[in-house]
Design a protein around this ligand. Structure first.
Ligand code: SF4
Length: 229
C-alpha cells in the first residue's frame, strides 16, 4: 500500500474523474483558520521527500487502469507542489494518455520551479479567499513574509504564460468578502488574473458554516455577479 489516498471515481462534465491526494499528511504554506484538514503542523514551501513513493506510484498506475479514469485530479491534503515527486506523478499520468488537473492555493505558481511543474498540467486551479492584507494574514496565516499582493501577482504571472486551462476558485466568506465593495475588488482581481473559468464556493463545512457561511440567496447573487463579468 502506498501513501496516496483516493476518492471514489465520479463523473464530472462527462468525464470519469479519479481524485488523488499525494501527501501523507497535511503540508501547506498556509494555515487557514477554516481549513477542513485542520492545523498546519508542517508549514512549508520547499519540496519534501516522502517514503513509499515507489509503491504509491505503482498503486496510482493500477488505480488509473482499474477505474478507467479519463482525468486525474490532484487534490491533496495541503499544497501538492511540495511533494518532490510531483513531476514524476504528472509524467506517469500523462504517460497513460490522461489529462491532469492540479489544485494549488496558487501562491507558489509564480516561482519558477513550481511554475514549470504546473505548466505540465492540462488544468490548474488557483484560489482566492481573502481580499485584504490584514485578513490574509489573520485568516489564512501564511508563511512569514508572504503578502496578498504577491499572492495575486504570482497567479497573474503564471496565467500570462500558461497554455492550459486556468480555473480560479473564489470562496465567499461571511464578514470577509461578501460586501458590495468586496465584490468590486474581487472582480478587479479576476480581471487581472484573467482565468479561463471561475468557480464560486462558500463555507460548507459544518464546523465553520455558522460563523463564516452565507445564505443561499446571497451566494447566488454574488456568484451571478462574479460569473458574469
Ligand atoms: S490553503 Fe487550503 S489546504 Fe492550505 S491551510 Fe488553507 S484551506 Fe488548508
Amino acid at each position: 500500500m502506498g501513501d496516496f489516498s483516493y476518492k471514489d471515481i465520479y463523473i464530472k462534465d462527462g468525464r470519469r474523474v479519479l481524485e488523488v491526494n499525494i501527501l501523507p499528511e497535511k503540508y501547506c504554506n498556509f494555515d487557514c483558520i477554516f481549513c477542513p484538514i485542520g492545523r498546519s503542523q508542517n508549514k512549508v514551501d520547499t519540496q519534501k521527500s516522502f517514503d513509499e513513493m515507489d509503491s504509491s506510484l505503482r498503486e496510482l498506475e493500477s488505480m488509473i487502469e482499474n477505474t478507467k479514469a479519463e482525468l486525474v485530479f490532484i487534490n491533496s491534503k495541503g499544497e501538492a507542489l511540495v511533494n518532490d515527486k510531483i513531476g514524476h506523478i504528472i509524467d506517469l499520468i500523462k504517460g497513460k494518455g490522461l489529462p491532469v488537473r492540479l489544485l494549488s492555493n496558487g501562491y507558489l505558481l509564480g516561482r519558477n520551479e513550481y511554475l514549470e511543474i504546473a505548466n505540465r498540467c492540462d488544468e490548474v486551479i488557483g484560489e482566492i479567499k481573502t481580499i485584504t492584507e490584514e485578513d490574509f494574514q489573520k485568516v489564512q496565516r501564511p508563511i512569514e513574509e508572504y503578502t496578498l499582493d504577491e499572492y495575486i501577482s504570482n497567479m497573474i504571472a503564471f496565467n500570462k504564460q500558461y497554455k492550459g486551462k486556468f480555473i480560479l476558485e473564489v470562496t465567499i466568506i461571511k464578514g470577509y468578502n461578501d460586501t458590495e465593495e468586496s465584490i468590486k475588488k474581487i472582480k478587479n482581481i479576476i480581471k487581472e488574473i484573467s482565468p479561463d473559468q471561475i468557480i464560486t464556493e462558500r463555507m460548507n463545512d459544518e464546523r465553520f458554516k455558522k460563523k463564516l457561511g452565507i445564505s443561499d440567496e446571497r451566494f447566488e447573487e454574488i456568484s451571478n455577479a462574479l460569473l458574469n463579468i
